[in-house]
Design a binder for this molecule. Structure first.
Ligand code: M6R
Length: 549
């Protein structure tokens, strides 16, 4: 996933940019590049591979410029080469920009630009933006921000952009459309970043740009407007995360740190939301829509990846505790497919980042059809948090590791609280039953901690199974989404093929695949389907000798 950092102020930009982009390294990337305006002109450098490669290239340069942009690229259009790395520039190397997102109509735009005499050097979609700005600026007769607005009106797609003009050395432009981008507000300085963790060391005050907005930043001023140049008022908001939260804190990597934060994450998601005495779940973010929730006849829960799987689990829980039918939909499907909307329907969007493009698009669709929209979001002030009618924050601190771990647990617990809140309102859950669930919930952090304490034993199991290249995860009921999530995590982290499946489905074909080289992981706690699971395990063992766990 690409990262963006920009700086305009009085300090030297180079160390700020490098440090900022290093804080985004966890997101994965394959090349990096920067551009800084110096008194002698533009200083630009790129390198394939780690940010440290870029750093070695620039370490002996005496950059004094205090306006610059940097980018880490995850290749989408064109291979990971220096030429394709950002920043990209125009024919005269005047405008430099970094971009996250995809320009969908770049092919047509590129052809038109080529026929106007523009020469392209990269295979990227991003480069068209630099040439379009060049064209719109009419050799600098049109100010940069106007040229940017004109350009963006021609573009179809998603973008988080930071742009500088070699001939306008005090101005940093930022623009966003469906790609995360924030403006950091310092004293006599501004920052632009695709993720707050890049700039937290410098400022906690940020402005969340909305889609279709452009910010013009100088050391002393900021102006924000839409593409039609209509001014938009924004107040800065304070990010409460501690700096240590985005550091590894002694763990070898962020994923492990975040797994070990799970007990705390759960406590934070539950804190203040359980009223034991009255047997109710207190979700402050939903107070304003209480009336509307009473009339809800169907709920759709939507998200992507892990967030979707938490939603799938949420469907099971809500249906179990209330009389409301629930659909769980991948946002990428929901946004494009025909969905038969109903009266009195609510849509819940789950997203750790609050910025996932498909989930945002799904939210827009729900809003268009006038559904009541709710968010379960971690990042305070993120787009989904702002665009939904109401919501519940996860309060789990930043999830730096790209792999969702603590976020999944917290999403599930919040959906459970939501189900209890609905169930109590509709009288499908008694105060006594709610208290029972609350008591179990309260035990969870300790229970998770006791599993984390088995770290060494778990490592041994991992070593035993490391040589295998295929895994099957099976579960029933609540454990089916958990099985899918297990398989997703294994694929994502180990690059090993894994499939999650309903245990009951296994004998309807998939069992043919498994043998002694294909371990099966069964999630089979002692619940109402335990016996069924045991039969499945026996079947697998007997017929295919799959190592089971
Ligand atoms: O930020 P979001 O929760 O919207 O992200 C959605 C998915 O991309 C995400 O859950 C992804 O599947 C996980 N990071 C995988 O571990």
């Amino acid at each position: 996933m690409c990262g963006i950092v920009g700086y305009v102020g009085k300090k030297k930009a180079l160390p700020i940019l490098l440090e900022g982009i290093k804080n985004l390294e966890y997101r994965g990337y394959d090349s990096a590049g920067l551009a800084i305006i110096e008194s002698s002109g533009i200083f630009a450098e790129k390198a394939v591979g780690r940010v440290s490669n870029l750093e070695s290239r620039v370490k002996n340069t005496s950059s004094h410029g205090s306006l610059g942009i940097i980018h880490s690229r995850w290749a989408t259009h064109g291979s990971p080469t220096e030429v394709n790395a950002h920043p990209h520039t125009d024919c005269k190397s005047r405008f430099f920009l970094v971009h996250n997102g995809i320009i969908e109509n770049y092919g047509a735009l590129k052809n038109a630009l080529i026929s106007n005499g523009h020469v392209f050097v990269s295979e990227t979609d991003t480069e068209v933006l630099a040439h379009l700005i060049e064209e719109a600026s009419h050799d600098g007769r049109v100010v940069l921000e106007d040229a940017v607005c004109k350009t963006l009106l021609r573009v179809k797609g998603t973008y988080g952009l930071a742009i500088i003009d070699a001939k306008d050395p005090g101005k940093l432009i930022a623009a966003r459309n469906f790609s995360p981008l924030i403006v950091g507000v310092g004293r006599g300085e501004y920052f632009v970043a695709s993720d707050a963790s890049a700039i937290l060391r410098h400022t906690r005050r940020v402005i969340y740009l909305n889609d279709g907005e452009v910010a013009v930043l100088t050391p002393k001023s900021r102006r924000i407007f839409n593409l039609q140049k209509k001014s938009v008022r924004h107040h800065s908001e304070k990010i409460e995360w501690r700096t240590e939260a985005v550091q590894k804190g002694g763990f070898p990597h962020f994923m492990l740190k975040e797994i070990f934060e799970e007990p705390d994450a759960l406590l934070n998601s539950i804190r203040g939301r359980i009223d034991m005495k009255r047997g109710i779940a207190v979700l402050g973010g939903l107070t304003g829509i209480k009336e509307k929730l009473t009339n809800i006849r169907r709920i759709i829960i939507s998200g992507m990846g892990t967030a979707y799987l938490a939603g799938l689990l949420g469907k099971y829980i809500i249906e179990e505790l209330t009389d409301i039918p629930v659909e769980a939909e991948l946002a990428s499907e929901f946004r494009h497919r025909k969905y038969i909307f109903q009266k009195n329907e609510a849509a819940v969007f789950i997203s750790q980042s609050g910025e996932t493009a498909d989930t945002l698009a799904a939210l827009q669709k729900a809003k268009k059809h006038e559904l009541l929209t709710l968010g379960v979001v971690n990042v305070v002030g993120s787009t989904i948090a702002r665009e939904t009618d109401a919501g519940v924050y996860q309060h789990i601190g930043p999830e730096v590791s790209v792999a969702s771990t603590k976020a999944f647990l917290s999403q599930v617990i919040i959906l459970t609280l939501f189900a209890i809140a609905l169930g109590r309102e509709r009288k499908t859950v008694s105060a006594k039953d709610a208290r029972k669930i609350f008591l179990e919930m309260k035990k969870l952090p300790k229970a998770i901690q006791s599993i984390l304490n088995m770290n060494e034993a778990i490592k041994e199991i991992a070593k035993k199974y490391a040589p295998y290249r295929n895994f099957l995860y099976l579960g029933r009921g609540y454990n089916l989404p958990a099985a899918h999530e297990g398989a997703l995590k294994l694929k994502e982290i180990s690059y090993v093929h894994a499939e999650g499946m309903a245990a009951g489905e296994m004998k309807h074909g998939p069992i043919a695949m498994i043998d002694e080289q294909f371990p099966t992981i069964f999630i089979a706690p002692k619940d109402s389907v335990y016996e069924k699971n045991i039969s499945n395990i026996k079947e697998i063992k007997a017929r295919n000798k799959s190592p089971t766990m």
